[in-house]
Design a protein around this ligand. Sequence first.
Ligand code: BV8
Ligand code: ZN
Length: 233
Amino acid sequence: MLTGAGISAESGVPTFRGKEGLWGKFRAEELATMEAFLRNPEIVWEWYSWRRKLISEVQPNPGHFALAELADYFDSFTLVTQNVDGLHRVAGSTDILELHGNINRNKCVKCEAPFDEVDIDPARIPKCKGCGGSIRPDVVWFGEMLPGEVIEAAFRRSEEADLFFSIGTSAIVHPAASLPMTARRCGATLVEINPEETPLSNLADIRIGAPSGEFLPKLLDAVKARKNQSGQG
Ligand code: BV8
Ligand code: ZN
């Protein structure tokens, strides 16, 4: 399955392109870029520090917890997320492919050495001890490659899937947005869970026009009931 910002919306984390979008006056595509960071690192760090603080104060919602528990009812279950908020791991999910990195990790903009301090002061951006480069958030910006082994695993699992859920994503950011169609092309049943229509909606076999935090716990209950009926408790 693939999750996007929508699965964290009910935790209080604004989505990217929704009305209450994360940006106020900015657009993701303008701030989440190397160009923006090189031109104005303070502004970019202002934005990430604000997001980090917001995320540190929220909890996973019933949608995250339901996915963590659903994994136990499938022989093979892979959670691919575009989100950088880390809420799936907090909710207990384990086999997670983080396509776009993690907002609580930092690295050197030059040599990519990890930098583990989390409190970054945008007015005094720390420098890499090894090469003196500026420290940046360890997330994938627009125009940057996704981590090779992660995106390859995501495509491989999508090709092998019998059932693929696209949950809480507007399905416009690539290459992540290609995963649902890859799964469907390789024979998977495609289910979209999103209150709004997306470019994927009329290609999905099943469309659930509901918030993930409401629907996923119901799905979990139904799977549990089915397991109990067939006596495989
Ligand atoms: C790359 C990390 C190339 C940073 C992010 C033109 C056409 C096609 C592609 C491109 C193009 N121009 C440029 C590109 C490539 C570009 C791209 O796809 N751009 C888009 C905008 C067109 N992609 C890239 O640049 C990628 N890299 O292509 O490299 C390359 C190739 C070779 C060599 C070198 C380079 C990198 C993309 C990664 C960017 N980083 N995030 C950060 O977070 O700060 S992307 C960002 O968008 C987030 O990760 C987010 O997850 C992601 C996708 O957004 P969504 O998750 O879908 O969120 P959104 O708000 O859009 O939608 C939320 C949905 O939830 C809505 O539909 C809403 O209805 C729904 N919802 C709301 N509430 C609920 C709900 N659903 C369920 N329940 C609810 N309660
Ligand atoms: Zn460095």
